[in-house]
Design a protein around this ligand. Structure first.
Ligand SMILES: C[S@@+](CC[C@H](N)C(=O)[O-])C[C@H]1O[C@@H](n2cnc3c(N)ncnc32)[C@H](O)[C@@H]1O
Length: 219
């Protein structure tokens, strides 16, 4: 899913690469001519080095020990996957001006990340979701345009519906997210918890319910 969002380019930098599978795939498939596989930890980076060494594209992928983008001088596209949205915001805040294309696959705080991007001049141009086993994931492609704006809670949580290419999967994703909130709320009710967090979750649930009604009407 992530690789499908990456625009063809000369140099991609995968931040938090871990095993290095994404840059290996991107170069192997010819989507990107070359890649940087970067990680903050030596352990994952040596795993990436080992995996890269076993491929025919090894000369085209450089590994760099780097906290986010701090040691990355240039990249036509940056991919950041499998981390929390807050950490992604922090990493993007250190981008060089020339780094304008980002493919992001946040594990949590997806809404905070979409808000940050909008407020900092990025436009999300493509959205995708996927299912693996009983889990669902989202990812998107964002470009820096310089135009800053605020977005609604719904757009922050789910992205713009029209940017999702697979409408059926998008509908499943809405229900999946809604169920997560219902579960969290029922646990809070069992624990007799109240307060700001409960009110926040109830507001989020309403957003998902509205989105679910809409996709039901569409179908
Ligand atoms: C859960 S793994 C995700 C691996 C891979 N990107 C994926 O989606 O399958 C997160 C990786 O991010 C790395 N990481 C965490 N914080 C980082 C940072 N500030 N800069 C670079 N890498 C970081 C971790 O060392 C770990 O290898």
């Amino acid at each position: 899913m992530v690789a499908d969002l990456v625009p063809g380019c000369k140099l991609v930098a995968d931040i938090g690469t871990d095993h290095g599978y994404l840059p290996i795939y991107l170069v192997n498939k010819g989507i990107c001519e070359s890649a940087i596989a970067a990680d903050i930890n030596e352990g994952p980076l040596s795993a990436a080095r080992k995996n890269i060494a076993e491929t025919r594209v090894k000369g085209k992928i450089e590994t760099i020990l780097s906290d986010g983008l701090k040691k990355i001088e240039k990249a036509d596209c940056v991919t950041i996957c499998g981390m929390g949205g807050e950490l992604m915001c922090e990493i993007i805040s250190h981008r060089k001006d020339s780094m304008t294309k980002f493919v992001l696959q946040p594990q949590r705080s997806v809404d905070d990340l979409r808000c940050y991007l909008a407020q900092n001049g990025f436009e999300i141009k493509k959205e995708a979701v996927s299912r693996e086993g009983d889990k669902m994931y989202c990812a998107f492609y964002a470009e820096f345009t310089g135009e800053k704006c605020e977005i609604s809670k719904r757009e922050a949580l789910l992205g713009k519906k029209e940017l999702h290419c697979d409408k059926k999967l998008y509908a499943e994703y809405v229900v999946y997210r809604k169920k997560e909130i219902e579960k969290a709320l029922s646990q809070m009710e069992k624990a007799n918890a109240a307060g700001d967090r409960k009110a926040e979750l109830e507001a989020i649930l309403k957003v998902y319910q509205e989105a679910e009604n809409e996709v039901r009407e569409d179908n």
